[in-house]
Design a protein around this ligand. Structure first.
Ligand SMILES: N=c1c2ncn([C@@H]3O[C@H](COP(=O)(O)OP(=O)(O)OP(=O)(O)O)[C@@H](O)[C@H]3O)c2ncn1[C@@H]1O[C@H](COP(=O)(O)O)[C@@H](O)[C@H]1O
Ligand SMILES: [Mg+2]
Ligand SMILES: [Zn+2]
Length: 144
């Protein structure tokens, strides 16, 4: 299959000075807001081509398939652009949890009346095991 032509709407996106656009991911079924991350053009094209949400991480300075480590991919149902085209909304089916801290949504904390943050979400997976338990266990301290 020949590569698809560059989708026309990419020229409409109001990329910021770093060539990025904020992307909000929403649960397509429930409307729950799951996370916000950044996309560059490549991430948006890969999202369109694969049907799985891709992002650009500023801290890691590379593109990123959501779920590449955790398996917690986001199967895209639709992509929306806001009125002035400077925010993207992705409606998706979330496998597992969106948040790398173990919650379904990154917005698992609420500002309480006393000004503190209170956890209002329930953990849906063991973040330590998912993100740090994949490799071989470290050798026992007194092994050998
Ligand atoms: N998995 C996530 C993840 N899921 C959701 N988010 C949200 O996505 C936002 C952007 O991620 P980054 O920090 O990588 O990107 P950034 O461009 O530095 O954004 P800022 O935090 O600086 O605003 C975070 O602030 C979180 O709110 C995540 N941020 C980071 N990760 C890491 O991504 C890696 C791969 O994880 P999976 O994609 O789940 O396999 C692991 O190392 C995870 O720790
Ligand atoms: Mg970050
Ligand atoms: Zn999070």
């Amino acid at each position: 299959m020949p590569p698809a032509a560059t989708p026309a709407f990419l020229r409409t996106i109001a990329w910021n000075a770093d060539g990025l656009v904020p992307a909000i991911v929403q649960d397509a079924a429930t409307g729950e807001v799951l996370m916000m991350a950044w996309m560059d053009e490549s991430a948006l094209v890969k999202t369109l081509e694969t049907g799985l949400a891709h992002f650009y991480s500023r801290s890691r300075r590379r593109g990123w398939l959501k779920g590449e480590t955790s398996g917690h991919v986001q199967e895209v149902e639709s992509i929306h652009v806001d009125c002035d085209a400077d925010v993207v909304l992705v409606k998706a089916r979330q496998v597992g949890g969106a948040c790398h801290e173990g919650y379904r949504s990154c917005f698992f904390r609420r500002v309480a009346a006393d000004g503190r943050l209170e956890v209002v979400g329930e953990p849906v997976f063991d973040a330590e095991a998912v993100y740090h338990g994949g490799g071989d266990p470290p050798p026992a301290p007194d092994a050998g």
